[in-house]
Design a protein around this ligand. Sequence first.
Ligand SMILES: [Zn+2]
Ligand SMILES: [Zn+2]
Length: 863
Amino acid sequence: MASSQDLPKNYDFAEVEERWRSTWRDEDHYFDKNSKKPQFVIDTPPPYPTGNFHIGNALNWCYIDFFARYKRMKGFNVMFPQGWDCHGLPTEVKVEEINHITKNDVSREEFRRMCRELTEKNIGLMRITLRKMAFSTDWSNEYVTMQPKYYGKTQLSFLRMLASGYIYQSEHPVNYCTRCETAIAFAEVAYEDRETQLNYFDFDGVEIATTRPELLAACVAIAVHPEDDRYRELKGRTMKVPLFSHDVPVVLDEAVDPAFGSGAVMICTFGDKQDVHWWKQHNLALRKAIDRQGLMTEIAGKYKGLNTTECRAAILADMKAQDILKRQEKLAQRVGTCWRCKTPIEILSERQWFVKIKPKEIADAAHQIKWFPEHMLLRMENWVEQMEWDWCISRQRIFATPIPVWFCKKCGEMAVPEDKDLPVDPTQVAPKHPCKKCGSTEFAGEVDVLDTWMDSSISVLNVTGWDGSGTPPFFPAQIRPQGHDIIRTWAFYTILRSVALTGQKPWNEILVNGMVLGEDGFKMSKSRGNIIVPEEILAKYGADALRQWGAMGAATGSDIMFNWNDVVAASRFQTKMWNITKFALIQLEKEGFDPETQITALADRWLLARLSNTVEQVSNALEAYQFDIALKAIREFAWDVLADNYIELVKGRLYKDDASRKGACLALHTAFDALCRLLAPFTPYFAEECYSHLSPGKSVHKQPWVAFTYDDDAARMEGNLLVQVVAEVRKYKHDAGLALNAPLGKVTIYSPHTVNDEGDTGRTLNADVHWRTDAAKLDRVITDIDFNRSVIGPTFRKQAQAFMAAIKALTPEQLANPPETIMLEGTETAIPENAFTPKYSYMEEGAQVDVITVGDVILTIAK
Ligand SMILES: [Zn+2]
Ligand SMILES: [Zn+2]
């Protein structure tokens, strides 16, 4: 190792980070399945492999790495796995874009191959960012959901839930995107405010208002409120649908709002969720007017083949022609749209696969989990409470986990594979046995595939070693870290699946992080141009600065606004710390330190007492995942306590060559060693670099967490006072126009306690300092007079000098309590108001002194 004298003047983050990255070994972060240590398994979010590890991911992973590193130092056997959630629409769309094809232009197998290839490339790019950011990933527990090893487990979990009745298939209304041609779950419906037209038309003699006239072909009933007198005679009647002429019943329902439109509404299959509700409630017919491509069906008659927009225009035109369109009004409307392509969703009744949602089961498990921050549990509760439909898990796409079932072509019986044959693609292979019911060997494989959340909602089962039977060996995980934007999806589905498959909650704790907003306070988006990418920050300031930003940006769970200033401040902190490091190393290198040294000097005791406080604060904050509080405490100690005060106080002692030096060396070493360890989870490169100079050949990341305690309340109190005394005297020097190191004469400090400062105060202030415990004996005397020339000049003119001389001749008692008149050149003259102010000074043992008070301490400085 180079001598500390040769340490580079400036901290070069790029050189240091690159060097340690190539030194550290992956094996040091592997979870040990045979360890006797307590386990700490993290259910890391598997990001979608877009190729860009974005700033929101970075924040989330910073949090994970902070506590993963902390827990390792605390003696836990930590698993910090890294998954990749590969399947889904965005990749399919990207592949179509890149190759200028649509999914139907190539075979399913070829299309999947293209998706896999793109995904692999993107994962490679994102791994590089993860490594640069020094995340202590357990690469032995990496999983990729598109690989057979993983999606075989997804299929196994599907079969288990099918067997236990959690999964069923049924024809049921589902949210459907006709552009993407797939069903989507409620959690994937985005909402948009739009303006539409409310059309009033004559419906067999009754006025009806509708925003969707194109659904007229799908009309199955007219509903009115049971107490609406206007429609009393309609009860029990049927009505004829205009333009289509089929008859529909009139139903009475309390949910109809008599004040909306005419108070009579048409029920179609399906315009919205309310239609689905009524359709079930009143056991109405099903009329499918829109198909999976969003085109009008056979029952739409002459409108068949039109898309919904064309059909709407045609129907409105025909209504006008028949003179049944009464009037049209503008209406603000919230429309459910596809999360991916923003196309308004249709509610189509389709044969789909569903997972049963049992709200109580999920709510109970959610309550057994400790939520950080606590209020995030409410979001889960609200979501669970509003669940009305089961979870639709089938998708009509390609790049996804195949649903592992076949149907007998002869009798329709369902066949499933055996566990050992998983994974299977039922469209590529046939079942191994003939149909159980009819003996036929002709099967049709299910072409639908699974919702991506079916893959990612077993991430915790996968990492804890689930094999399809009972409770996995490392289950439940200790913690799930994730963003608040996916509480309704990933958190919800994971709890559901864990309870369904193991009967237990998936994790002991869940840590929810906020979103990262742009510097302008808005959500980052391409259109706003406020996107910050981690790679840019890494290039300019390095990983440690970015990680500090992640910790300090906001309280855990709150949204955090990106701010370059915070990154700059983080980098400055490293510069400051680097200077402390160099100073400490030079001192410690001279003769090392002796752990047996008795610490006696106040400054040393004070440093250790403050360090002890800091360690406690940081540890408590980390236990509660309050990273901002933890790092703030570390920075304050390093900057305010150690650098700005302690080192200034003991510099003089350290430059001496006597016994008093030893205490300072031990205190300095203790504080510096602890600081490296406290910083290790936050700034792994920087902490490693500093520690490698302090303890050559050792890694700070293999050291135990700081266990230092030092109980000395008196030292804390008196030391704080000492620091204040020094600060006040320095201010005194500054006000007097003196240099900070200018010699000062005798300084006497009257303190209620005996203080052993080993001469630190005197050397720091460059003064002859005397500590005394007796009371100061001070006399207040008038030593000068301030004349107010703006009063004296105009009043006395040529007599001004004489007036001032007369005042000066007054006795101290008269000056303190001046007479009303004075003899001026033989004339009794009034003393004008505000003509002068006596100036007081303090005398101590016959010599003039300046006095400063700090709490119950009095300082006198000889003039
Ligand atoms: Zn879509
Ligand atoms: Zn059969």
